[in-house]
Design a protein around this ligand. Sequence first.
Ligand code: ZN
Length: 359
Amino acid sequence: MKKLLSFMAFALVLVPLSIQPTAIAIPDINSVILAQAAEVKPQKKLLVVTSVAPITNIVSNIAGDRVEIQGVIPEGTDSHTFEPRPSDSALLSRADLIIVNGLKLESPTEKLANSVKPKDTKIYELGNNTITEKQWLYDFSFPKSGGKPNPHLWVNPKYAEAYAKLATQQLIALDPKGKPYYEANLKNYLKRLDNLDKVTRSVVASIPAKNRKLLTYHDSWAYWAREYGFEVIGAIQPSDFAEPSAKEVARLIDQVRKVGVPAIFGSEVYPSKVEEQISREAKVKTANTADDELPGEGSALALENKNPQHTYIGMMANNLRIIASNLGGNPKLVDSLDPSNVVGPSVASKPSRETSKKE
Ligand SMILES: [Zn+2]
């Protein structure tokens, strides 16, 4: 027993001694764990590069905070003649996925991307995967002889739905672990787009049938018109994106008088005196619509945007109000739309239905 007690005393003496080295070892283990965590944590987000603002906005609503999105074509610039800058080359060289509209809209950007992108990075063309070549439209500013189809598929909300679904598939292929997240965002976003489609139909129905005609400066309404039973009677902008000739302007004035539309539509991206001249001489109103410039201040990137109007849906809501009020329809029908993103800071600041419903 005495032996045992002395052993225990000895052991007690030993314990602090044996703890000592372990106590030193613990911070070591911790620092290893911390270092491992540090390696995992700042792992860079996958980078998806997009092109025009509406596509950037649609893709970023699905991608949320799992993926970094960067749009190449700045808002308010002419996407049809856009030439990428040296900084875009650096961006494209880091891209894990490149999502563009296609139908030859971003040819210079795609060409650059092909020469600088990582080997495994895919360039995905949403438009080419939404409709077949047979469904491509060639028209006023996009004649078949020019070889470039009208690329404005996203202006049609049904095609925007397809874009959102296709972008989701591409994001899942890139980041399979994010599948439930992307699918949840898609589900929420499709509700918004479906509502946009329904509201568009009701706005169109409110416009007298004889007024369901568009003459626009920029030729961006072809696929929208085909979807919603409008007729595009012409576009002022020639296929070389210069100003039309005096003869062409005279012909358009004649046409507007003959067809009897109450308004023609311009574009803020392409301010033109010709449009004013036609409106003055044909005695019709004029107003601006938009196809790749989101309304108001804000970012096309859902995660950076605080303005709930500065979205693809916000842009289409504005267009609907402008078209309805200038062609004898009911712009109030647009008030039921929620234009906000489904992810990012603008989600919390939903427009108040109560105030807009006051009639
Ligand atoms: Zn355009």
